[in-house]
Design a protein around this ligand. Structure first.
Ligand SMILES: Cc1ncc(COP(=O)(O)O)c(C=O)c1O
Length: 451
């Protein structure tokens, strides 16, 4: 087991009771620590390093831009990195989504997207539209508006009084809903639940509905039914509710198409992207919106009231541009789709392992849900700490995964997610399967649940 953080360090760590391996080098899908240990980064850190580690063309693009000019004030100048990044990104986004507002983190993009929705309605003369609707479970970030939109109770423990009310729509989480994803679909899985909430809240009071097109960590890579998002689009259109697709985790090719919404043939009103759009070389996110929405501001107040010092940043945009070009030139989204099929075929063996209730996902995104009893789907008690035990055992085995807890009922629920870089090979997929299996047996043993 890893020991507590060393007392000599001045770093205010995210986990204050854990000792972190000290990474000194990254190369492709692997990381190396100062003791020479190798880790297979099977989740790109946090669904971010989509192209692997140590990629020279990206580093050069960043270095060259930093050497030329690193920073410009976003209210004073424009520049080629932002113009070219926006043009490339707009060409990848569906329908009329063609104006790009670059920011840093996913939370910032969500904040800005929701403010844009609200500002749009006020500037269009419908100031009564102020409510936000979002999924439960769901996650959209950790700043206060994004956290308000997130149904993740344990993140809000100390801050509830600071959050705004957001009406919740049951997520299409087939593994844990009444219909289990099989027709006839329950209201959560068909989309009818969204309309019920809109009617209950009053359509004229609603600014926007925000949702992840394919589940991120909150529902562990759950893929909604094929007709789900078309139904959501219809409902939003009928009640003039703006549909914000949060593709921070699932976008940039992660599910085998540029956006996770793409296979559904649906265009949202606003899209947020983050994580993988600069492949983790820098923090970069974006709000992508159509002119019909932005024009309401252009003809009204004249700007989105979400100024941030580091928006439209030249170096960050240069990193994003280099990433988008690299993805295109090396056909990596197509590779993600192709390798995703191999990946999911191989992950099926996990169904035979102790405590595995479900294995799901699309492209190179997978969620493995752990349960006390696969037949009844009863979650493990939170006190067992399965997600934590598994993540620790995986790290010891040399495998980096992403855990999530609380999705089953707000408190209980354990899952692990995998999202290897798009360059992952079949041999590395075998290695993931083997290390995962070993870690799961260790974790089951540690929590006293081995069969
Ligand atoms: C769907 C989704 N939206 C927003 C965010 C917030 O992004 P960030 O952590 O970069 O602020 C995340 C982060 O995990 C996410 O998964």
């Amino acid at each position: 087991m890893l020991e507590p953080a060393p007392s000599g360090s001045h770093v205010f760590y995210r986990k204050l009771t854990r000792r972190y391996p000290h990474i000194v080098r990254g190369d492709g899908c692997y990381l190396y620590d100062d003791g020479g240990r190798r880790y297979l980064d099977a989740v790109g850190g946090a669904f971010v390093a989509n192209l692997g580690h140590g990629l020279r063309p990206l580093a050069e693009a960043i270095g060259n831009q930093a050497q030329n000019f690193a920073y410009l004030n976003g209210t004073a100048f424009t520049h080629s990195p932002v113009e070219e990044f926006a043009a490339e990104l707009a060409a990848l986004c569906p329908g009329d989504l063609d104006l790009v507002y670059p920011l840093g983190s996913g939370s910032e993009a969500v904040e800005a997207a929701l403010k844009l929705a609200r500002q749009y309605w006020v500037e269009s003369g419908q100031s009564g539209r102020r409510k936000i609707l979002s999924f439960v479970p769901g996650y959209h970030g950790n700043t206060l508006l994004a956290l308000s939109a997130s149904a993740r109770a344990h993140y809000t423990t100390y801050f509830r009084e600071w959050l705004v009310d957001v009406a919740r729509v049951p997520a299409p989480y087939a593994y844990r809903c009444a219909c289990r994803g099989k027709p006839p679909l329950c209201p959560a899985c068909s989309g009818d639940a969204l309309e019920e909430v809109i009617l209950r809240e009053g359509p004229d009071t609603i600014a926007a509905f925000i949702g992840e097109p394919v589940g991120g960590s909150s529902t562990g890579a759950t893929v909604p039914a094929p007709e789900y998002w078309r139904r959501v689009r219809e409902i939003c259109d009928r009640h003039s509710v703006l549909f914000v697709a949060d593709e921070v985790l699932t976008g940039a090719g992660r599910t085998g198409t540029w956006s996770a919404l793409e296979p559904y043939g649906v265009v949202p009103d606003i899209m947020t992207l983050g994580k993988g759009i600069a492949a983790g070389t820098v923090p970069l996110s974006a709000v992508v919106a159509p002119r019909r929405i932005v024009d309401a501001l252009a003809h009204g107040s004249g700007s989105l009231l979400h100024a941030q010092t580091f928006s439209h940043h030249p170096v960050l945009c240069a990193a994003g541009l280099a990433t988008l070009r690299y993805l295109r030139e090396h056909r990596l989204v197509e590779r993600c789709s192709r390798m995703g099929r191999v990946f999911h075929q191989r992950l099926e063996v996990f169904r035979e392992l102790p405590l595995v209730g479900d294995v799901r996902g699309r492209g190179l995104l997978a969620g493995i849900e752990f349960v006390a009893d696969p037949a009844s789907r009863e979650p493990l008690p939170r006190s067992a700490g399965m997600a934590e035990a598994f993540t620790g055992a995986a790290l010891e085995a040399g495998l980096v995964v992403w855990p999530n807890v609380g999705h089953a009922d707000g408190t209980n629920g354990d899952l692990a997610m995998l999202a290897p870089p798009f360059i992952v090979t079949e041999e590395q997929i075998e290695e993931i399967v083997s290390l995962f299996t070993r870690a799961l047996r260790t974790a089951a043993d540690r929590i006293g649940a081995a069969r």
